[in-house]
Design a protein around this ligand. Sequence first.
Ligand code: GDP
Ligand code: MN
Length: 374
Amino acid sequence: MKLYEFQGKRIFREYGIPVPRSSLITKAGETSEVKPPAVLKAQVLIGGRGKAGGVKMWNNEADLGPLCRDLLAMNIRGEAVRAVLVEERAEIVQELYMSITFRGSTATPVLMVSASGGMDIEKVAHETPEKIVTTTLNSLTGPSDYQVRYIAKRTGYGNARDLGKFVAALWAAFKGTDATLVEINPLAVTKNGLVALDSKVVLDNKAAYRHKELFARLDDEQRVLAGDAAEGYAEHTITYVPLDGTVGLISDGAGTGMLTLDLIKDAGGKAANFCEMGGFTSPQVIYDALTEVLQNPSIKSLLVVLIGGFNRMDEMAEGILKYREDHGLPVPAVIRMCGTLEDAGKEAMKKGGIPTHDGLLEAVKTAVALAEGE
Ligand code: GDP
Ligand code: MN
């Protein structure tokens, strides 16, 4: 399980690793307990956020709203930004890099530290790998004093005691949560010592049973953030391609949609469009798909093909009936429903006066016949 920065930092804090004071914002307009000068950081699971413009300096109190609005509207390499971490800004003297992970070839944890941390660490690893000091750790005892002294010397970071405390805390976090990766980049040297300015933490799913509460909480948080994303799904997940026929088509997956296009043709009809909902289930998704498809004036019948894998038929029925209530249906509708919560969906449709079909072929033929005016 890959964690968001704020989740990783909460674990860090619990293990005594210094992190900046912070608060989390999920909607533009929310206030922050942390005041400027601060840093606003888009929370995404993907790396390279800083370079993509996902880290902004917050200097004037009044700018919080607009800055958060910009960040929350961002899409970083395909990932929508759903939360912004507001952090007290640290004064960085130097940016280090530190991580603990497993090295597959020796099946041992390794500690990696570099005096050249920051956003170009990949370049450092590629061009000057000798600048990254790698030390094999003992799985049972963790980092030893001599290893810390060695790192302090090799990286030029003078304060071995401070470094030792930090490494010990990071090791405790790694071991204590059954992580497969804990990474801090940058690990900032400040006048108050070392501070973790970023976190990348991956937990071992196979160890979830040992950390039930922790996993449940992290999972809940990630679901909430994903749920926010589901509200903004429309522009990303509904695929709508206009065609020149008369049968309006909605399917709950691309494969079913393609198959149905062929079946419509075989039955002597022509599809007015291709429209699939992209694996999202909610009454709103089908409502929006109906809005999209039924705007086409050439449509003579509507064919909705649902195979209910991920999709819930009760929710589909709710969306269809709600659409009809709000706008009416301009053409006869043929709905084929099966799969998840099929009975509840069919029951609701029947109550609403739109009976459903079981067979795909039969549904297609009916829709084509209706479009041909038979
Ligand atoms: P990433 O690019 O997604 O890894 O984002 P980071 O959280 O690592 O931040 C990117 C860069 O922003 C860092 O390398 C720092 O240079 C800068 N930055 C982040 N936090 C602070 C801070 O508290 N103070 C200052 N001065 N710079 C920061
Ligand atoms: Mn970083």
